[in-house]
Design a protein around this ligand. Structure first.
Ligand SMILES: Nc1ncnc2c1ncn2[C@@H]1O[C@H](COP(=O)(O)OP(=O)(O)OP(=O)(O)O)[C@@H](O)[C@H]1O
Length: 290
């Protein structure tokens, strides 16, 4: 199973939001990581055929998806960023409605809806209106609708937006659970959404891939460039001016400042093993959300 993007370009007037994007996805979880405006939503919307590229193609197992019409919709599950959630629908009605939009027969939808409500752990809320759901419950309901019809390709655009850390973990575990034998692409600027579950990460900036690969391989590239400086409060401004600063922690004696630097800092420090958040900082020069 392959989803192949070839030379995808998208222009909005004279502005290029996506530039010559090439990638081949196979079964597994992919993280599309980049700051606001990198072009993630544009790419997701093109893959899902909600937006036409200016040039280039999207192929599933060698067939152009734009020519597959309803057949592609059947193998696709999409959770867009801005969701129109129907506040007056109960969860069950919402899922039957979304199943009907996907062209599923009620009899086929029924067992799947039962399974999905259990999977997203909303059994007790099946007859409650979506308008009364918490943010995390809504996101889980939306993941359930994306899973209807057992799609082969699942696209999740910012699935943890606005959620607290506990709900984020829940969503992440859910994604890891559903990913078997599917292509799952998650667009996010929250590193922890994908850090431990992504087979590959694509780092995007201004419409282009600036690096991609397995998280641990990507992190190896900045081996020897991540340090923890032992500091006190009076040094913080100076350190921030000199280096890209990540986490800052504190104990009763000192402040510990994680920095990215090509050369060892001229302060008391130790070398750290790089993680994906360091990589994000290295490439994007701004703190990522955990
Ligand atoms: N319809 C549009 N017309 C003009 N410019 C657009 C349009 N949609 C997006 N853009 C621009 O294209 C760029 C990429 O936007 P996109 O929404 O794809 O980025 P993103 O990585 O998803 O960012 P975010 O995380 O903020 O959603 C941005 O600079 C945005 O302003």
């Amino acid at each position: 199973m392959t989803l192949t993007l070839t030379n995808l370009t998208k222009q909005y007037g004279s502005f290029t939001a996506l530039q010559n994007f090439n990638y081949e996805f196979t079964a597994g979880v992919y993280g599309l990581l980049g700051p606001n405006g990198a072009g993630k939503s544009t790419l997701m919307n093109i893959i899902t055929d909600n937006l036409k590229p200016t040039s280039g193609s999207v192929k599933f197992d060698g067939v152009e998806t734009s020519t597959m019409d309803a057949d592609f919709r059947k193998i696709l599950g999409f959770m867009p960023q801005q969701q129109g959630i129907y506040p007056n629908f109960t969860l069950e009605r919402f899922l039957y409605y979304m199943a009907a939009l996907k062209g599923m027969k009620k009899a086929d939808a029924k067992p799947q809806i039962e399974k999905l409500i259990n999977l997203v752990n909303l059994q007790d809320s099946r007859n409650k209106r979506l308008g009364g759901f918490s943010g995390g419950m809504k996101q889980r309901a939306l993941i359930a609708q994306a899973m209807l019809g057992e799609p082969k390709v699942i696209i999740l655009d910012e699935p943890t937006a606005g959620l607290d850390p506990k709900e984020r973990i829940r969503i992440r575990n859910l994604v890891a659970q559903i990913a078997f034998d599917k292509i799952v692409i998650i667009a996010t600027h929250v590193v922890s959404d994908i850090e431990f579950i992504a087979k590959e990460v694509l780092l995007m900036k201004r419409g282009e891939i600036i690096d991609s690969g397995a998280p641990h391989i990507l992190c190896e590239k900045i081996d020897g460039k991540v340090f923890e400086i032992t500091a006190d409060e009076s040094m913080l401004d100076e350190i921030s001016a000199k280096y890209k600063v990540g986490n800052i922690s504190k104990d009763e004696k000192n402040i510990y400042v994680r920095v990215i630097s090509e050369q060892p800092p001229t302060y008391e420090c130790k070398t750290c093993k790089p993680d994906l958040e360091d990589l994000y900082l290295y490439y994007f020069d701004q703190g990522a959300s955990r």
